[in-house]
Design a protein around this ligand. Structure first.
Ligand code: CU
Length: 148
C-alpha cells in the first residue's frame, strides 16, 4: 500500500516536471488601459510559444482597443509611433513591419485573440518586450519578454 502511494507520487512529480515548460501565456487587458501581466517568460525548450490575449473590459475597441505586440525592447516605442497613424483596421502597425516578431489583432471589451510564433526568432542575447500599439497606450501597457 505504502509502496503504491510512493510510486504514485513519484509519477506525479515526474509528469509535473514534464509539464513545467508551458509554452503559452494568458494575458488579460482592461478598460483601465492595463495588461494584467508585466513579464512574459518563455522556456527555452519551447519550439513555439502562444500568447492568449483577453480583454475583460467592456469598452469597444475603437475607444479602448488593445493588441499585444512583441519586439526587441529598444524598438517598441518606434514601432508604436510608426503604427499610430496606420489605423485600427491594420492593428496600428505599419504594413509588414519586420521589427514585429508577433502580434495579435486589436480587440475590444469581451473579445480575445491569440498569436503563436517560433521561439527561434528570439536571440537569447537580446532584450525583448511586449506592448499595446493602440495610440497612447504604450506608456501604460508594456512589459518584458524573457527567454529562460
Ligand atoms: Cu491598449
Amino acid at each position: 500500500m505504502i509502496r503504491k502511494l510512493v510510486a504514485a507520487s513519484v509519477l506525479t512529480l515526474a509528469s509535473g516536471h514534464l509539464l513545467a515548460a508551458e509554452c503559452s501565456v494568458e494575458v488579460d487587458s482592461t478598460d483601465q488601459m492595463t495588461f494584467t501581466t508585466k513579464a512574459i517568460e518563455i522556456d527555452k525548450s519551447c519550439k513555439q510559444f502562444t500568447v492568449n490575449l483577453k480583454h475583460s473590459g467592456s469598452l469597444p475597441k475603437a475607444v479602448m482597443g488593445h493588441n499585444l505586440v512583441i519586439s526587441k525592447y529598444d524598438e517598441m516605442s518606434q514601432i508604436a509611433t510608426d503604427g499610430m497613424s496606420v489605423g485600427i483596421d491594420k492593428d496600428y502597425l505599419k504594413d509588414g513591419d519586420a521589427r514585429v516578431i508577433a502580434h495579435t489583432k486589436v480587440i475590444g471589451g469581451g473579445e480575445k485573440d491569440s498569436v503563436t510564433f517560433d521561439v527561434s526568432k528570439l536571440d537569447p542575447a537580446e532584450k525583448y518586450g511586449f506592448f499595446c500599439s493602440f495610440p497612447g497606450h504604450i506608456g501604460m501597457m508594456k512589459g518584458t519578454v524573457t527567454l529562460k
